[in-house]
Each structure stands twice: as C-alpha cells, then as structure tokens.
Ligand binder design. Structure first.
Ligand SMILES: Nc1ncnc2c1ncn2[C@@H]1O[C@H](COP(=O)(O)OP(=O)(O)OP(=O)(O)O)[C@@H](O)[C@H]1O
Ligand SMILES: [Mg+2]
Length: 622
C-alpha cells in the first residue's frame, strides 16, 4: 500500500511533533522547567571552560602569577564537577520526564481507541495500531531525553561560543587589528553550513522515516492477520504462501529501513566532515594570524577550544536532526489516531436513561456503510415492549446492520431509531448500551476465568448470580466438569472451549447483565438444536418482560417468536406471526417449505428438531 499523505509529511516541519507533545509538556511543566535549568547549568559550565583557560594562558601563565593559577585550577575543577552533577541530573530528570510523557500518550491512545467506534476498526488494521502504540510512542523517548538535552547544550554552547567570538572578534577593531574578527567570521561559517545541510535534507528524510514506520506497520499487520487466521492457514495448507506474503512485507520493511539507515549513515558523518574541515581551516588561519602577531596565542587557543567545544556536540547535530525528523514521522502517525474523528458520540443534550421498558421503533431508517450502496432502505418497524422478534432473511439482507443500529454501533444516514419513544441519540451512549445486551456470532472470550468472562458486564456479580446465568445459557453443567470449574482460565492462553460452548458462555454473559433489550445475532448457530431449544425455553422464562430480537436461520427459533420480520435486500418484506405469514405467498412460506423439504429428505424421526417443526409448521403448508 502506498502512503496517502505524502505532501503532509513533506511540509510538516516539526509542527506535528510540537502539536503532539505540547499538552504533555504542559502537564509535566515542573519536570520540563527543571530539565531546562539543569541542562543550562551543564551548558554554562562547559562554555566557561575554554574562556577561563584562554584567559589563564594569556595572564597567569605568561606572568607566572601563581595565585591566579591556583584559583584558575580550583575554578576549573569546580566547573568540571558542576558539569558532572548537572549531566547526571539532566539524564535522570530527562528520563523521568520522557517516561511520564510516554505513559500519558500510551494511556490517551488507549482511551481514544476504546472510544472509537466500529467503523474506525474497519479502516485501521490491528497491526498498524499495534505498531503505532508500541514503536512510535517509544521512539519519542530518544528525542525527549537525549535529543532535547543535546539541543539545549548545543544552543548554549553555540550562544556561549558565539558571544565569546563576537567579543574577541571586535576587541581589536579599535586598534585597527582585524585578525580576531576574521577568525570569528571563519568560525561562524561552521554552524551556517551545518544548518543549511540539515534543513535542506530534512523534508526528504522525514518521508524516508515515515515510510519505514509505515512498512513496519504493514509487516505487523501481516503477522497479526496470519496469527489470527492460523486455523484457516493450516487447514488450507497455505503456510508457504503465507511465508511468501510475509517475506514480501518483511522485504519492503527491510528496504525502507535500509533507506533510513543510509540517511542516518550519511547525515551524521557529513556533519562531522564539515566540522573537521572547518577546524583545519581555523588552525591555518589562526596560526597565520598568530605568526603575524595579529592575535595572541591565548586568543588563538581560546578560539580553538571554543571550536572544539562546539565541534564535539556539533558531531551530534546530525544525529539530533535525524531523531527529530524520525520522531516527527512517529508524531504524524500518532496524530492519525489522535485526530481521527469519533463517528458515534454523545450528543450535547444526551441524558442517561436507565431501566427502559424496551419498546423499539425504527422510523424511515436508511443506512449505508460507505455512503454508496444502501445496507438498509427506509425501514419502519415497531417492536412492543417484551415482544420476541425473529429476524429472517438471506445472508447480506441487512439483519446485522438493522440490530447494530439499536446500540448505535453505527448511525443511520436518515431516519430515527427510538426506544420508549425517545430518539436513541438522546441517550448517552453508555446508558443506551447498558439497556441492551448483544450476543454476537463470533463468541469472543477474554483470557481470564469463566467466572470473569461471564461477569464481564457486571464485574462485582456474585458466584450465585453467575451460576444462574450459566444455567439459563445451558453451560453450567459443562463448567462443573472442568477441574477448576468457574475459575478455569479460558481464551487465548487458557482452556479451549468448543464453538458452541463459547457461544453459551457469551449468552450467559449477556443474561447476567440483565438488559431490557436482548439481541442475539446468529448466536446459537454453533449450538446443537436440542441445547438451543433449552436455551430458548430458558430465555422465554427470563425474558418475559424483555424485548428480544433473535437473528437465526433455525426453524426452531421461530416457535418462540411473537412476530417474524423478513428482510430482503435491506428492506422489510414481511412482518407477522408464523400463522399469518405461512398463509400468504412470500419469502417466509418459501423458507418454511425449504426447511420442510430438508426435514422430509432425512429421517429425523427421533429428533427434537422435527418435533419442534411439526409443532410450528401447520399441516397445510407441508
Ligand atoms: N462493516 C461493513 N462495511 C461495509 N459494508 C458492510 C459491512 N457490514 C456489512 N456490510 C454490507 O451490508 C450489507 C448487509 O450486511 P449485513 O451484515 O447486515 O447482512 P446480514 O443479513 O446480517 O447477513 P448474514 O446473514 O450473512 O449475517 C451487505 O451487503 C454487506 O456486504
Ligand atoms: Mg449478520
């Protein structure tokens, strides 16, 4: 995949990085101030060094002034110690400051991800999100600690050196001696060349670094997708094809990382080369000026020490430039998460409504995932409180889309969904979803105990409550056969349950939450018909005053329906009770006919499902 925001990256300068970090620096301002003070102390200690030495050479050494020599010695020792302390403090504070910011950014990303709605996750892959939250955030550490400290040090050393140079440079002008001035001028060429080199290369470098990060995300994506689909890979024996796909992504990352390495490899030595060359020139110009007695040896040594002094951190300028550009690329990727809009949010006047009656109404609801094709077209449907509805329809007819609008997993493009005559947009999302329990087809269990999995929506539930729900979901007896019963760890790193067992645990999870509106999206598909019947019967008992919407292709579910809603191509084609619908020509009658033909075709004489069917399918329709 290509990078879509190339222009943005080329033009961003450091804006993205500054925008990202500003609020965090503000909230840790004391650490930041302290870090600055201590870095400044270190910088001053280091800048003083050459000035004092130069002065001592010209005054104390030449006149053999022992007292000045002695005090110079102690001042220098003091400066070295001060520098040591300040450097140590700056490292400690810098790391602390950086870790605090990284902690906050990670936390905020996680909060943002939790608040994002489902359409965000259909655009961003898990692999890219993982790469951003782990790699990108971590890469900010370098710039916040070492990079920032170095920048302060360099600014001060440059400022110190520049002011000393200016002083020295103009000191002899009144005597018509331009030697020190020329030397200072030659000296200034160094930072100017370095600055030009870095700024000229930075836009392109940013793109190179962004690309490497993006490719790393794609590689993580390939890895994550493979691992979550490993069953399919194994059953199709496609390991080699998968290795090929990963190899390609790995290669693309390798190439991108290599380009990054070239940039790093060139820029820093380039800067070091410029500095080295400049020093050679300074030695020659300075030496010449000493020989014609235009400057004193002391001035010459001060100049040389000052240039060496900035040469040392100057060697790191290239490196600081690189990690800043890299951090900026990371910031661009992090801002993609932070700046992504949350499509479904609380409306300003939303209120919390608890304990709704459970009356649901769809009024002229039209919905599209992509604003292109309609998944639902002008849906009008009233569901009474406590009613049991079965949604029927071919695959792709819009059943899941319809129920997903009730908890506002998505918002319709027009029309209204109401609960108890209140537009669901007037509910806070939290309270809306508290009133609704959805059991999805893909029964997901977290890596924790069965008890905790069932109590997911009500963490303080007692064991008794958990058991009641598990019994209603027909999973209690199975749980009791496990060595650790309800404390058995399930999920990715625990005991593996069968598809049907997992579905039943997720049903128990929703029953425990005890919502007024229950939605089953094909959630008994992996349960055998006999168990399904038991679950449905239990549901009937616990759901007498609960509104229930069941999406199921099983004929046995129909028995429990007060009304059946038949969807086709995103519109409601039929609504009515079984006896109403079976007496007219239409999709429903066709469906029942097809089921009956299946039943006839097989010998199901001792099967409960047939008994159920014979109850719900009147003779005349057979
Ligand atoms: N996340 C999505 N993004 C884009 N289109 C989607 C998305 N989910 C579903 N669709 C499309 O919307 C239409 C209705 O899909 P929906 O999932 O509601 O069907 P369904 O009746 O639940 O089918 P099934 O019985 O297979 O679960 C389909 O054409 C489908 O391709
Ligand atoms: Mg569906």
């Amino acid at each position: 995949m290509a990078i879509s925001n190339q222009d943005n990256i080329l033009n961003s300068n450091l804006k993205e990085l500054i925008d990202l970090l500003k609020p965090y620096i503000k909230s840790h301002k004391y650490w930041f101030v302290f870090l600055n003070i201590i870095a400044i102390v270190a910088a001053i200690a280091q800048t003083m060094f050459p000035l004092i030495i130069g002065d001592a050479i010209d005054n104390a050494f030449s006149d053999l002034d022992l007292i000045t020599l002695q005090s110079t010695f102690f001042i220098l020792i003091g400066l070295v110690l001060l520098d040591l302390l300040a450097q140590f403090g700056a490292r400690y504070i810098g790391l602390n400051f950086a870790q605090r910011i990284i902690f906050d950014i990670r936390q905020n990303i996680f909060i943002k991800l939790q608040n994002q709605e489902l359409d965000f996750y259909s655009k961003e892959t898990t692999g890219q999100i993982m790469a951003k939250t782990m790699e990108e955030v971590y890469s900010l550490r370098d710039i916040l600690t070492w990079g920032y400290r170095m920048t302060i040090l360099m600014i001060f050393l440059f400022l110190g050196a520049i002011s000393s140079m200016i002083t020295l440079g103009i000191s002899e002008i009144p005597n018509n001696n331009f030697g020190p001035f020329y030397l200072a001028l030659a000296f200034f060429v160094i930072p100017v060349i370095i600055f030009i080199t870095i700024s000229k290369t930075s836009a392109n470098n940013r793109l190179v670094f962004y690309n490497a990060r993006f490719k790393f995300g794609e590689m993580s994506e390939a890895m994550a997708e493979n691992l979550s689909g490993i069953h399919t890979v194994k059953s199709f024996g496609s390991e080699n094809e998968q290795i090929e796909i990963f190899n390609e992504k790995n290669h693309e990352f390798y190439d991108a990382a290599l380009k990054g390495a070239q940039v790093r490899g060139l820029l820093q030595p380039g800067v070091i080369f410029i500095i080295g060359l400049a020093i050679v020139f300074l030695v020659f110009i300075g030496g010449y000026l000493v020989s014609i007695e235009s400057i004193t040896p002391g001035t010459f040594i001060t100049f040389m020490l000052l240039s060496l002094q900035i040469a040392l951190p100057g060697r790191f300028i290239g490196w600081v430039g690189i990690i800043t550009q890299d951090a900026n690329s990371a910031a661009i990727r992090l801002n993609e998460i932070f700046e992504s809009t949350i499509s479904v949010t609380d409306y300003p006047n939303a209120k919390a409504y608890d304990n709704v009656d459970g009356k649901i109404q769809f009024s002229n609801v039209t919905f599209s995932y992509d604003n292109n094709s309609l998944a639902l077209n002008d849906i009008n449907l009233k569901i009474a409180k406590g009613e049991n509805i079965v949604l029927l329809g071919q695959t792709g007819s819009g059943k899941s889309s319809l129920v997903n609008l009730i908890p506002r997993f998505f918002d319709p493009i027009s029309g209204q969904v109401l609960i108890d005559n209140i537009d669901i947009k007037d509910f806070t999302l939290n309270s809306l979803r508290r009133n609704i329990g959805v059991v999805h087809q893909d029964a997901f269990l977290f890596t924790m105990s069965i008890h905790d999995n069932i109590a997911f929506g009500k963490p303080n539930a007692s064991r008794e409550e958990v058991i009641i729900s598990a019994k209603a979901a027909q999973i209690h007896e199975y749980i009791m056969t496990l060595d650790h019963g309800y404390d058995t760890i399930v999920g990715e790193r625990g005991v593996t349950l069968s598809g049907g067992q997992r579905q039943r645990v997720t049903i128990a999870r929703v029953l425990l939450k005890n919502p007024k509106i229950l939605i089953f999206d094909d959630s008994v598909s992996a349960v055998d018909p006999k168990t399904e019947k038991l679950i449905m019967e239990n549901l009937k008992n616990v759901s007498s005053n609960r509104t229930t919407i069941i999406i199921s292709q099983r004929a046995s579910s129909l028995k429990f329906a007060d009304r059946i809603v038949v969807l086709d191509g995103g519109t409601i084609k039929q609504i009515g009770s079984h006896s109403e619908l079976i007496s007219v020509e239409g999709i429903y009658k066709e469906f029942i006919k097809a089921v009956n033909e299946q039943v006839k075709f097989m010998d199901w004489s001792d099967n409960d499902e047939q008994k159920n069917l014979s109850k719900i399918i009147p003779e005349e329709s057979k």
